[in-house]
Design a protein around this ligand. Structure first.
Ligand SMILES: C[S@@+](CC[C@H](N)C(=O)[O-])C[C@H]1O[C@@H](n2cnc3c(N)ncnc32)[C@H](O)[C@@H]1O
Length: 337
């Protein structure tokens, strides 16, 4: 079943664009993004120009692979040393849409690399994880960001939660494939509704990542069943409610002075900026954290659209920089209530 789930997500790339979804996006995003939408649409609807970044697994010492990537013309994401860019995280990008083959899961063998949308490292970097910290990945499957977090630092405790039981198995398999046994001991996996985590672990975590369930623009565009797609579009307006509830729970689970990062892989303002504005307007102890500097330092590799927020960035797919969509917002819980 798990293999079928993975195969299904790969097969989507070979499928037709779903017209119902494209028309719906066209209507919304041409208003929200203006002229930029034409380029974004061109990239999103052409899987042949999508790019795949290679995140090396520091626990399997892939030196040969690193040399090979240099020879193939890959370059390192953020070569400059930035305050929030840990040297132990090595991610390589190709300017062309070359895709490395996926590695097979083999019990007892750690994988050397994880293929990902490079923009999905921004929420991980924004979290600025330090050794020894307690961190919660509230919506963790299939585990890409949990693996990336472990490349940045050695947390004292990493709690990975996922609500969907099938995806939870995928998450466990990812962790087993990338993280060596002694470190697995600092990781706890749970299968809870993320909305309950705040009550179960109040004021526990130094850092919380909410990589929320969202419209997932890339995947929705290639929905194989138009009826299911139409149904999803109808239910789309309920997503911000779930996202806000997950954030409320995350805020409860965060200790005073702790940091929270919210991310989605949709362009939708209702699921991005509006969700964060609602949170900022309803909590006096939650502060926006300015991450504009992060956008400036990685503008060579990513194209950003204006969000009107200092604490929120939106990566939009562009020609030759086919990364995103990815929205990232960073918040801090103040010491006083
Ligand atoms: C965007 S995906 C997470 C991707 C993951 N962070 C990664 O980088 O691999 C969102 C996840 O949230 C899960 N989810 C949906 N509703 C949830 C809930 N109420 N509580 C916790 N997780 C939920 C979905 O099943 C999905 O796996």
């Amino acid at each position: 079943m798990l293999t079928r789930l993975k195969a299904k997500s790969e097969r989507k790339l070979a499928k037709q664009i779903c017209k119902v979804v494209l028309d719906h996006f066209e209507n919304q995003y041409s208003k929200e993004l203006g002229d930029a939408w034409n380029t974004v649409r061109g990239v999103l609807t052409s899987p042949s120009c999508w790019q795949y970044a290679v995140l090396l697994n520091r626990f399997s010492f892939p030196f040969e692979l690193e040399k090979d990537l240099h020879l193939k013309g890959y370059h390192s994401l953020f070569p400059e040393s930035l305050p929030y860019y840990p040297k132990s995280m090595k991610c390589y990008l190709s300017r062309t849409p070359h895709r490395m083959p996926s590695e097979r899961h083999q019990l007892g063998n750690l994988k050397k690399y994880y293929l990902l949308n490079a923009a999905s490292l921004l929420p991980v970097l924004a979290l600025d994880l330090r050794d020894g910290e307690k961190v919660l990945d509230l919506c963790a499957a299939p585990g890409g960001k949990s693996v990336a977090l472990m490349q940045c630092a050695y947390p004292g405790y990493l709690h990975c939660n996922e609500y969907d039981s099938l995806r939870l198995r995928w998450l466990r398999e990812t962790l087993e494939s990338f993280i060596p046994q002694p470190l697995v001991n600092v990781i706890k996996v749970s299968e809870l509704d993320g909305r309950e985590m705040g009550d179960a672990w109040p004021e526990t975590f130094d850092k919380v990542l909410v990589d929320a369930p969202c419209s997932n623009d890339r995947s929705w565009l290639f929905s194989s069943d138009p009826q299911k797609a139409a149904c999803r579009i109808n239910q789309r307006r309920n997503l911000p409610v779930l996202q806000i509830e997950l954030l409320r729970s995350a805020i409860k689970a965060l200790r005073p002075g702790g940091l929270l990062v919210y991310s989605t892989c949709t362009l939708s303002k209702a699921e991005n900026q509006d969700v964060i504005s609602e949170i900022l307007n309803s909590y006096s102890n939650i502060m926006p954290v300015d991450i504009k500097e992060m956008a400036r330092t990685c503008s060579r590799d990513f194209t950003f659209a204006p969000t009107g927020q200092e604490c929120g960035l939106l990566v939009i797919p562009d020609k030759g920089k086919a990364w995103g969509p990815m929205y990232v917002a960073k918040l801090k819980k103040s010491w006083t209530t």
